[in-house]
Design a protein around this ligand. Structure first.
Ligand SMILES: Nc1ncnc2c1ncn2[C@@H]1O[C@H](COP(=O)(O)OP(=O)(O)O)[C@@H](O)[C@H]1O
Ligand SMILES: [Mg+2]
Length: 321
């Protein structure tokens, strides 16, 4: 970010430029009038009116062309303002044009640099807080509710052993119910805090995620993970969370018959791809996809979503080396 020590006032230089253009056109008009044989009588003769109209039209047209080309960069600036999205970094306007508006464009570009940096810092903060909160809830689910259910299960087992035969069947049912709840609590805790990530690494965490997804959705996943370099914890968590949201979206929206999840080193960098053969056509990005974009920005990665109606969806994350 450069700080301009003596800023040019764009409104002044724009004023000067428009004044010059108008002055030039009027001066040329006056000179042509003075040198040409055309005369204007008072009152105006009918034969002189067409000459006056043509002269005026020429002056207005010349003025319009010059003023318009001077103001063209303002149009591109407005288009960029409408289009710009802080989650897609690096969308900038070229500092070109007649010099007067360059300063305005440069200032706007610098403002975008600043806003993008602030936005990234704010999302990093928010996501870190969210991960912390998830870990806390996961720990409480696992340690408190999980523990209580385990105690209930043990108590039930003692009761079943001593119960009269006619009650046993019913008690077995209760036992099964409690066991299923305990499994659910553990699963929710695991989804909230991918403990396998730190215990067994990304590849195993993705395997667990894929098989859980297939079990839940009935859609088979082909998983290909190869030659992973040593990765930062941050990068691993981003890859895991994006794979998680990508698969959740397939289950919720795609109506796919199969999914491919690949993670491998490619020319541009480490590439995660979640491709389904479902109905495709991602038009509006909701909280899920915005969240993926925020996470991608955290580690300087780029996220592309390629989705044609009727032709499946590819979510591609590239983490540069
Ligand atoms: N794999 C997919 N296949 C088809 N449509 C999808 C897929 N992923 C996302 N979409 C579409 O994109 C929209 C936005 O997704 P997302 O931002 O994750 O929000 P949410 O999942 O909460 O609806 C979804 O509502 C859905 O219409
Ligand atoms: Mg979603």
């Amino acid at each position: 970010m450069s700080v301009n020590p003596a800023p040019v006032r764009p409104e002044r230089s724009l004023f000067r430029r428009l004044f010059l253009i108008n002055g030039l056109v009027f001066t040329i008009g006056t000179v042509v009038l003075a040198l040409s044989p055309a005369t204007v009588s008072a009152p105006v003769l009918v034969t002189e009116i067409p000459v006056l109209i043509v002269g005026l039209a020429v002056i207005l047209a010349a003025n319009a062309v010059l003023v318009r080309s001077s103001l063209a960069p303002l149009g591109s600036l407005a288009t960029l303002m409408e289009r710009v999205d802080l989650l897609r970094h690096g969308d900038r306007l070229l500092e070109r044009g007649n010099g007067d508006l360059t300063h305005l464009i440069r200032t706007f570009n610098e403002m975008l640099d600043r806003l993008e940096a602030e936005r990234s810092a704010a999302s990093a903060h928010a996501l870190a807080a969210q991960e912390g909160e998830r870990q806390r809830i996961a720990r409480e689910l696992h340690d408190e509710i999980g523990q209580s259910l385990t105690v209930v299960l043990l108590g039930l087992k003692r009761v079943v052993d001593q119960a009269p035969a006619e009650l046993r069947e019913e008690l077995h049912g209760v036992q099964e119910g409690v066991r299923a709840s305990l499994d659910e609590v553990r699963q929710v805790a695991r989804r909230l805090r991918p403990g396998v990530l730190s215990d067994l690494g990304l590849a195993s965490a993705l395997s667990a995620l894929s098989s859980e997804f297939s079990e839940m959705s009935g859609v088979p996943v082909t998983k290909k993970v190869s030659d992973l370099p040593v990765l930062d914890d941050d990068v691993e968590l981003v890859l895991y969370r994006i794979a998680q949201e990508g698969l959740t979206n397939v289950a919720r929206h795609a109506r796919a018959s199969r999914v491919e999840l690949t993670l491998r080193q490619e020319l541009d960098g480490l590439t995660l791809r979640i491709s389904d053969d479902g109905r495709g056509g991602v038009l509006r990005e909701g909280a899920g996809i915005r969240g993926m974009r925020e996470r991608a920005l955290l580690v300087g990665a780029t996220l592309t979503i390629d989705s044609k109606r009727g032709d499946g969806t590819d979510v591609i994350l590239v983490v540069p080396a």
